[in-house]
Design a protein around this ligand. Structure first.
Ligand code: SF4
Length: 310
């Protein structure tokens, strides 16, 4: 594994609301050592590994993703190795990450990559968006982090920095994306996106941003903090770039996870479905959730109604 490239070449770009942020943030990032440096997906530019990581990170916390990511790319190092595996094996490798429909989508994406793209993750936005489970965020993350293509990756941290420092007002997700798209340093997309994400995570944090020591403010480039004291935080009320997750406890997701986890150990007898789902007194709910898992192709029902991994 290699460390992230900390070189910060000069940026040649036209004026934009983001322009004033670029040099201070890149200088900060070039000297910063942030906890995220050690994350395994930062050490690769393999497009498949980046796609796997971004799919996992879309709805699961970093700390839970790291060990699963390593195991997953060791077990399925290429799209082809994933495509030829039974769906159940991919789902098994996903257990613990939640939202296991993503495993199904990744398997389907791998099949498409093999069938239509010669086994290589495509490097065009439209082709990436044609893969199951790949939305605008994930597609741009693959473009930027694997191919160094001029794509702006706008996560929640980046959206907050743009609202506060570049716009000085609330931004809708589309506005934030358009703002970011307008200023990706040519040839440095990967580094710029990482720098902006890290800056939003470490300096321009959601609560208690470090405005007092902020290099953007010191450069007079923060639209919110540079000379506009008293204006409410633009990040408060800006539309979230990533959706807020519904509570897990007591949810259908919890029951789904229990059933999938149990099926990894062996078939679940029909009589045990409600108990294993965690709803011994709500057989109809357990049956509904189990039927959904079967309809999605994650589980298969046997002749006696027992459930197994696909
Ligand atoms: S001055 Fe504060 S709000 Fe502005 S970019 Fe820096 S940390 Fe964020």
């Amino acid at each position: 594994m290699t460390s992230p490239d900390r070189t910060a070449p000069p940026v040649a770009a036209g004026a934009s609301p983001v322009q004033g942020l670029v040099d201070p943030i890149r200088r900060w990032w070039a000297g910063a050592r942030v906890a995220r440096d050690g994350l395994p997906w930062r050490a690769t530019r393999d497009p498949w590994a980046v796609l796997v990581a971004e799919t996992m990170l879309a709805q699961t916390q970093v700390a839970r993703v790291a060990p699963r990511y390593r195991e997953f790319v060791a077990r399925f190092p290429t799209p082809a190795s994933c495509a030829v595996a039974p769906v159940g094996e991919v789902v098994r490798a996903w257990v613990g990450l939640g939202y296991n429909r993503r495993a199904l989508a990744l398997h389907s994406a791998a099949e498409t990559i093999v069938a239509r793209h010669g086994g290589r993750v495509p490097a065009a936005l439209a082709d990436l968006l044609g893969l199951a489970g790949v939305g605008p965020y994930t597609a741009r993350a693959v473009l930027a982090f694997a191919f160094d293509a001029e794509a702006a990756v706008v996560d929640t941290n980046v959206g907050r920095v743009l609202a506060r420092a570049a716009a000085g007002r609330r931004l809708r997700p589309r506005e934030a994306q358009a703002l970011a798209d307008g200023h990706v340093p040519p040839g440095s997309a990967r580094e710029w996106n990482l720098a902006l994400m890290d800056f939003g995570s470490v300096v321009c944090a959601s609560r208690d941003p470090a405005c007092g020591t902020c290099p953007v403010r010191a450069a007079g480039a923060c639209a919110w903090r540079s000379g506009r004291e008293g204006v409410p935080d633009p990040a408060v009320g800006s539309a979230r770039v990533t959706a807020r997750q519904a509570p897990f406890e007591g949810s259908d997701r919890q029951g789904r996870g229990r059933l999938v986890r149990a099926a990894c150990a062996g078939p679940i007898p029909a009589a045990d479905v409600a108990r294993i789902a965690g709803w011994p007194s709500h057989a109809a709910r357990a049956r509904r959730v189990a039927e959904t898992l079967v309809a999605e192709g994650i589980l298969v029902a046997g002749a006696a109604g027992e459930l197994s991994l696909a």
